[in-house]
Design a protein around this ligand. Sequence first.
Ligand code: DGL
Length: 272
Amino acid sequence: MTWKSIGIFDSGVGGLTVLRELMQVLPQEDTIYLGDTARVPYGTKSPETVTRYAEEIASFLFRRDIKLLVVACNTASAVALPALKRLLPIPVVGVIEPGARRAVEVTRSGRIGVIGTTGTIRSSAYTRAIKRLKPDAEVLTRACPLFVPLAEEGWTDNQVARLTAETYLKELQLAQVDTLVLGCTHYPLLKPIIGEIMGKEVTLVDSAHETALTVADILSRNSQLRPASEEGNHTNYVTDIPAGFVRIGTRFLGGKLGDVFQVVLDEGEEGL
Ligand code: DGL
């Protein structure tokens, strides 16, 4: 019996934090990861552009015969998920809904903070998802665009990171949120400093683990889980030369990356 892979994509290297959780929850599954490194960042681009990029990647991965697609990028999940669900005849899982669900589970006061890229925050996707689950929740949001380059540079525990985080998080701290959603692939790398600034009483929610559990649940319900005795293979595609992805990716994945290949998305193929 041949088992299909799980497709997963992000604007670049950040989605490897989601892949890491997926590999922990479902070590038996094969994965195909695509990082759109030629066009990163998505967080500063318009919803139209991000949706077009996301559709191109979804078609590319679908042609590689995947059984489920994970949209690891928060910005793409925030603006393109409905379009991707319409496009593909397989389950498409974004990171917003699982993160919102977890935030609603852990909040005690109902005051929830959300941080993300400019695109994610502007879309209000987290606010809508949280309010769907808990209409009386109070959701406070803040875009923290500088966290992305800081995480990629490895500046996660120095004075620059601390000052940047203090400046971004001040309002949320004053508003006394008791839960903070890390609504961007890169923010888990800054978790220690964000936690230090927000204080012990504030629960930090990272969507990646919840997303992996959602994937496991869908595959199990569809009888598409590989036997637990198997060991997954992991292939990575990038749209720019692999060097930067390989260098930074190991830190984001927290382990050794599988093979990395450069690809051209459009391949001259029509539609799916
Ligand atoms: N992956 C993006 C996200 O989670 C962050 C990087 C970018 O802006 O492309 O929103």
